[in-house]
Design a protein. Structure first.
Length: 406
């Protein structure tokens, strides 16, 4: 079976989509903060959202709007989350969708909205709607248009996050492209901070929903920056069907090929998010293997990835394996320290009760000087394995979040 391959691109890579990003002074002067992604025609769509019980107004609105699996446009903004804003916030979300539909000349039921930024503040609707109109007037399908849209949803991100992949399905070229924002307040459970994926595959809404949930499990649900789940986490996918492949309506070879491309894009975006964690200096993959169950492997890896003590040790290039084992120990996973081993890349730090000596510690410190490395815990209790993408905690993480609202 031929697999997909990465290509340069983002949300405008797939056929049938246009995008734009413009400055509207939602919070800052002189930076893009309103994005618009539009399909040429109504298309199959799916989304997953935060499981936080305190959900933002856009999430509440979108859950209902996307239920029938047909969407044509998404309006997004940064600088204001429209979260914890009560009935007024819900009305603002609805008005945003209605106004966007009017500007584009489409059915209001085909518009979703997304917001990210400070919680507890009303959207400046006059600026948002002016930005929406400017974005609608500047829509295009070039890579530059996709990048402009991506920059409009960035908050504390230090770099754009885009990915695209291409695969042959039934002799037709199918493209999947996406963009995401997120560098802090990230421990998704069903979604990511904000993610937007487009594809020109012909696929039914039911299979698109299934594909998205499977891809999320292998990508965005494996990202931890700080252990906080946002009120606004949302991930959207739209499928235009413009590639001309036979519509995917059930599991099989065509669905598997599509999944390969979708997973490739989602994993790339997820890794980019972890690499760009607020103040991050290192990208770290935490892998737990030899666990007694899949659940044990996942929760042990997540506990290590979330541990502030482990994360600060990575920043300090300190191979403090004790913090790693301690996190595994309180994770709830079954563990025996006399059977466990801890590695940093291929260098061991702890082996079944044996502790690294000075020479071995020097080798470990060299590994940790790299921009990225893997922390592996082998429990030697079973056959299950799980990995989580994360980053270190630096001094800048505190500075960024200490004055975020001001």
């Amino acid at each position: 079976m031929q697999k997909s391959k990465y290509i340069d691109g983002g949300v405008c890579s797939a056929k049938g989509f246009r995008a734009a990003g413009v400055p509207a002074r939602i919070k800052y002067e002189g930076r893009n903060d309103v994005a618009l992604i539009v399909a040429d025609e109504p298309c199959a769509a799916a989304a997953v959202f935060t499981t936080n019980k305190v959900a933002a107004a856009p999430v509440l609105y979108d859950r209902s709007a996307v239920a029938d699996g047909r969407i044509q446009a998404i309006l997004a903004n940064s600088g204001c989350a429209n979260a914890c804003t009560g009935e007024a916030g819900l009305k603002d979300a609805e008005l945003s969708a209605l106004a966007t539909a009017g500007e584009l000349g489409i059915d209001p039921s085909l518009v979703l909205v997304a917001s990210t930024g400070v919680i507890g503040r009303r959207l400046p609707m006059d600026r948002l709607l002016a930005g929406m109109k400017a974005a609608a007037a500047s829509l295009g399908s070039t890579p530059e248009h996709g990048l402009a849209a991506e920059k409009a949803v960035m908050t504390t991100d230090t770099r754009p996050k885009q990915a695209a992949a291409r695969v042959k399905i039934g002799g037709k070229t199918v493209t999947v492209g996406g963009m995401a924002k997120g560098s802090g307040m990230i421990e998704p459970n069903m979604a990511t901070m904000l993610g937007f994926v487009t594809t020109d595959a012909a696929i039914s809404p039911a299979m698109l929903r299934r594909a998205l949930k499977l891809a999320v499990a292998k990508s965005f649900n494996r990202v931890v920056v700080d252990g906080d789940e946002s009120t606004n986490d949302s991930l959207f996918i739209m499928a235009s069907g413009k590639s001309g492949n036979a519509k995917i309506t059930r599991a099989g070879e065509d669905f598997s090929l599509f999944m390969d491309a979708l997973e490739r894009v989602c994993i790339s975006l997820a890794r980019q998010m972890a690499t760009d964690g607020e103040g991050a200096t290192k990208f770290v993959t935490v892998t737990v293997r030899g666990a007694k169950s899949e659940h044990d492997a996942a929760r042990a890896a997540r506990a290590v990835a979330k541990s502030p003590l482990a994360k600060t040790s990575w920043f300090g290039k300190d191979p403090n394996w004790g913090r790693v084992l301690a996190a595994v120990g309180y994770s709830g996973a079954e563990v025996s320290d006399m059977k466990a081993e801890v590695f940093y890349d291929g260098e061991w730090a702890f082996r079944r009760g044996e502790i690294a000596d000075e020479k071995q510690l020097a080798r470990l410190a060299k590994v940790m000087s790299a921009d990225s490395f893997t922390v592996t815990v082998d429990l030697h209790l079973g056959k299950y394995e799980s990995s989580i993408y994360t980053c270190d905690f630096s001094l800048d993480y505190v500075h960024i979040n200490a004055d975020y609202t001001t």
